[in-house]
Structure formats: C-alpha cells, structure tokens
Ligand binder design. Structure first.
Ligand code: DGL
Length: 270
C-alpha cells in the first residue's frame, strides 16, 4: 500500500471552515492538515465575484507553497463562485469544495423540496440550484440569503433570542410549505443547526455542507490513493491573516477546542 503523508490544505474566508476541520479530524485522524483563515478579509459573502475569485486564488496559492496534496475549499462562497478559476490556475493540485460535497449529500438523500440557505454571494451565484438541477431537475429548490447568520454566530449568539428572531425572519416562508431538506450552504451555519431544527419540523433533514465536505475529502483521498499512513497521529497547523481580540473565543466555537500551532501571515498581493 502506498501512502501520501503530504498535508491537506483547507481554507475559508475566516474561521467558519474550522467546522470542516473538526469533522476531518474525526474522520481522518492520521492526516496532516494546514488551515488558512483569511480573517483579515472576512466576510467574503458580501463581496463582488471578482474579489471572491481573487481572494480564493490567493488563499490557494498560499497553501500550494506548503506542498499540499489536496485543497479543500471550506468556504461556500468561494466554492460557489471561484472554484473553476482556482482549478484552472492550479491544475496540478486537486481541489474539492463544500458546495460539491453538499450537493452530493443532498442528491444522495433524494429530497423533493430543498431549501438552500447561505450568504448573499452564494445565493446570488445560484450555483447550488445549477449543480443540483444538473443531476436532478425535478427537485424543487428554494434559496434564501441569510446575511445576518454569520455575524450572529461570530458574536456567540447562536442559541439566544436574537438568533431565534432572525431564524424566524429568514425561514418563515418555509413554514407555509415545509421543505423535506434544509441545506446549510455556509460553514458558519452548523452552529445554528439545533436552532434550525427546533424552528422547523423535526422531519426536515438538515444537510450540513461542512460535515459533508469532510466525508467527501475522506472518500477522495481513499479513491485516489492519497491517504496518509496510519502509523502516526496527524499534525495540524493554522494560519490566519489577522488576529482580532475575539480570535481565540471564535476559533474555540468552530473547532470545539482551543486552537494550537497557529501563526499570522500576510497573503494578499496588494
Ligand atoms: N464561511 C463563509 C461561507 O461558507 C461565510 C462567511 C463569509 O461570508 O465569508 O460562505
């Protein structure tokens, strides 16, 4: 058996992608992970496509310099808008993203009516609808941009009156005609999963694109003979482009533990 112990590069606009790392650590405990969070420029979700593409390419370029064997785009906004450009720019490194993982998990469950929630940029791109309909045009899809959920999660208000009111504000239309699936098309949203479930009927299946992405990465490595040897525990290294005061508290929320082995870097070309 051949092993590949090079690290996996994971990036997000900020710390939301740590929800992907948290699941990857459970599924792939022997893999070495390098994470980049572009905390200086988060959020990407309200930026223009041109800037989202530029940021995605700069994030990938940084990880490529670390000799990664696979890039995992743990940001739905970049996955929805910039993944084709990233693949063209870096043809020698495989690139997978939360969007394709979320779409695959959605299709596997064969829903009839799916509500997709995400940032403004993700929803405006209509990428989820396009990708789901490319395989199954029969699925009824409703997309809702929910820009307030990211700051709510970042402020630690995921389980509070403010989040309940905001969930009602955005998801009320789903009460009239309840979907059989809610697709969380943003890596910040897993922290609101319980609140979504209690607002909607228990029968609504919630697909978390972050969890789906970690599973997708595990399958990709296995199918492409890229798995690391199981002889040692994987290492992790975190890079961020800014460290505001709230940094540690937020990282703990998304990762479920304290962040160790981190460093601040500069990646922007201008
Ligand atoms: N993590 C981003 C995503 O999954 C949301 C935060 C942002 O707007 O950058 O789309």
């Amino acid at each position: 058996m051949k092993y590949d112990n090079r690290p996996i590069g994971v990036f997000d606009s900020g710390l939301g992608g740590l929800t992907v790392v948290a699941t990857m650590k459970k599924l792939l405990p022997h893999e070495n992970i390098i994470y980049l969070g572009d905390t200086a420029r988060v959020p990407y979700g309200d930026k223009s496509p041109a800037n989202i593409i530029r940021f995605g390419i700069e994030d990938t370029a940084f990880l490529v310099t670390k000799g990664v064997k696979l890039i995992v785009v743990a940001c739905n906004t970049v996955s929805a808008i910039a993944i084709a450009e990233i693949r063209t720019k870096f043809p020698n490194v495989p690139v997978i993203g939360v969007l394709e993982a979320g779409v695959a998990a959605c299709l596997k469950a064969k829903p009839k009516y799916v509500a997709v929630i995400g940032t403004r940029a993700t929803v405006s791109s209509d990428a989820y609808r396009r990708e789901i309909h490319a395989v199954n045009p029969e699925i009824n899809i409703k997309t809702i941009a929910c820009p307030l959920f990211v700051p709510i999660v970042e402020e630690g208000l995921a389980d509070n009156e403010i989040s309940r009111l905001t969930i009602e504000f955005y998801l009320k239309p789903l009460k009239k005609k309840t979907p059989d699936m809610l697709l969380l098309a943003c890596t910040h949203y897993p922290l609101l999963k319980k609140s979504f479930q209690s607002y909607l009927s228990k029968k609504v299946k919630i697909v978390d694109s972050a969890e789906a992405c970690a599973k997708f990465a595990e399958e990709y490595l296995r199918e492409n003979s890229l798995s690391a040897s199981k002889s040692a525990a994987g290492t992790e290294r975190f890079y961020v482009t800014d460290m505001p005061d709230s940094f540690f508290k937020q990282a703990r929320k998304f990762l479920g533990r304290d962040l160790e082995h981190f460093q601040k870097v500069s990646i922007s070309e201008n």
